[in-house]
Design a protein around this ligand. Structure first.
Ligand SMILES: [Zn+2]
Length: 221
């Protein structure tokens, strides 16, 4: 079956530039080593994704890679990320417009220790509540995508057991920022809980709910 490939339109070309910049930022900020993470952004019913195994500093505007919501490639010739099923499942099920997936070190460490990140900081509210850990399944499988969807219920981010992080947002910047906040909270919890003889205080459900409310009104609006 011949696949229908077309050229990227203006919106897609702009979104690709932002996607490449975001992917490079995950490496520069130490959230990803090499090509071990992936980033995607939705433009209409097209999902632009980082290609599999290409270092982000080598990606050019000519490398636009995109699929439809069923996973059929409509833009480019590079093979999309192997973790595409997880990205598509999130777009099909939530209002997400952008997704960042990393193997950030502290978040991945926490994913091996607990089933939910303890509420160590009020920024938990920025992700919709305590961050769940999706059970392990091999990368790229529909099983992993299903686990991730359950872990994301009511949240904009989750951990993937023995694997990493996934966050989404209405923009690439928002999705990226949630990953950075999640990694930072995991680092705080690991640091606080590694002091011998002491265990960290945690926020109550009421405290988290109040923080969530305040965060919704935070910023320049
Ligand atoms: Zn991964």
């Amino acid at each position: 079956m011949a696949e229908q490939r077309r050229d990227a339109d203006g919106d897609e070309a702009r979104a690709w530039d932002e996607l490449v910049a975001t992917a490079r930022r995950t490496v520069a900020d130490g959230l990803v080593v090499g090509t071990s993470g992936n980033v995607s952004v939705r433009v209409g019913d097209t999902v632009l994704v980082t290609p599999s195994g290409v270092p982000y500093d080598r990606l050019t505007p000519a490398d636009v890679t995109g699929v439809d919501l069923a996973g059929r490639q409509v833009l480019g010739t590079l093979v999309p990320t192997s973790e595409l099923p997880m990205h598509l499942a999130v777009y099909r099920t939530t209002g997400a417009r952008a997704i960042v997936h990393t193997h950030a070190v502290h978040a991945t460490a926490v994913s091996t220790l607990v089933t939910e990140l303890p509420a160590i900081h009020y920024m938990t509210g920025a992700l919709g509540g305590p961050v769940r850990v999706a059970p392990y399944a091999p990368y790229g499988t529909p099983e992993l995508a299903a686990h991730v969807l359950r872990a994301l219920d009511g949240r904009s981010g989750c951990l993937l057991r023995n694997h990493g992080t996934l966050t989404h947002g209405d923009t690439l910047d928002r999705a990226y920022d949630r990953t950075a906040q999640l990694e930072w909270m995991c680092r705080v919890w690991l640091t606080a809980s590694s002091v011998p003889g002491l265990s960290p205080s945690l926020l109550s459900e009421a405290e988290l709910a109040e923080a969530g409310e305040r965060l919704r009104g935070y910023g320049q609006r």
